[in-house]
Ligand binder design. Structure first.
Ligand SMILES: [Cu+2]
Ligand SMILES: [Zn+2]
Length: 248
């Protein structure tokens, strides 16, 4: 770079020559062709680094968190507990931690209970106000791993040997952001195992024949946070600044 411009003052002089003395085009061809191109390239490289570091900042720093708390559904089952959901703000996989107690202690460990996001914002009427499974594409019920499934189909949660459900689900369809967000909809835990659309029941294709609604809660956002920049993003910013000054 320095074979053309020794310092900033000389560079500024060249820039002025290029900009304001167009009658010297032939004598100053190198200036006209190279200098603006070089300046443009430096700006491009700098902008690219800044944008990359901003992208890294956004993609690493922000998560959307949501939760809901199931109160015992009196008259049906004393199941209660808390569900925590988390997803990167730009989308992607959602992590769902489920912690539930109050299942019938006579059930053997490993007993499964249907677990879904239902369409409505409502837990009244023994969870029936939650409506059907959240199904914006109007397709049949399925397993979480099926390509055709309700958006709300999260399959089953299994009770551990201690009578407690303590599991973490990851799902690529359930989202806390965008048009298909499940925020303000209702999670329902069921009496029976969801047959994942593969049973013989007449309701297998709509509910998975998961039986009664043992408990439910409405998903609400708890945090939509941006944390402090990571070491990597700070390094990228620093590298961008250094590159800019070295190349200029
Ligand atoms: Cu359900
Ligand atoms: Zn379903």
């Amino acid at each position: 770079m320095s074979e053309v411009f020794v310092d900033a003052t000389e560079q500024a002089a060249y820039r002025r020559t290029c900009n304001f003395n167009l009658n010297h085009v032939l004598q100053d061809l190198q200036c006209l062709l190279l200098q603006p191109a070089r300046a443009a390239m430096m700006e491009f490289v700098y902008t690219l680094f800044v944008e990359l570091s901003l992208l890294a900042y956004v993609s690493r720093a922000a998560d959307v968190s949501a939760s809901c708390t199931i109160e015992a559904n009196s008259g049906v089952a004393p199941v209660k507990g808390t569900i925590h959901l988390k997803q990167p703000a730009e989308g992607g996989q959602t992590t769902i931690h489920v912690y539930l107690t109050g299942f019938n202690s006579s059930y053997p460990a490993g007993t499964k209970h249907g677990f879904h996001v239902h369409n409505n914002n409502g837990i009244g009427n023994s969870c029936n106000d939650a409506g059907p499974h959240y199904n914006p594409f109007n397709v049949v019920h399925g397993a979480p791993t099926d390509s055709v499934r309700h958006v709300g189909d999260l399959g089953n949660v299994a009770v551990g040997s201690d009578g407690i459900v303590d599991v973490t689900i990851t799902d690529n369809i359930v989202s806390l952001v965008g048009n298909l967000s499940v925020v303000n909809r209702t999670i329902v835990v069921h009496e029976l195992e969801d047959d994942l659309g593969k049973g013989n029941s007449s309701v297998s294709n709509s509910t998975g024949n998961a039986g009664k609604r043992y408990g439910c809660c409405i998903i609400t956002v708890t945090a939509n946070s941006a944390s402090t920049p990571t070491f990597e993003t700070l390094f990228m910013q620093l590298f961008a600044l250094i590159s800019y000054y070295v190349m200029a």
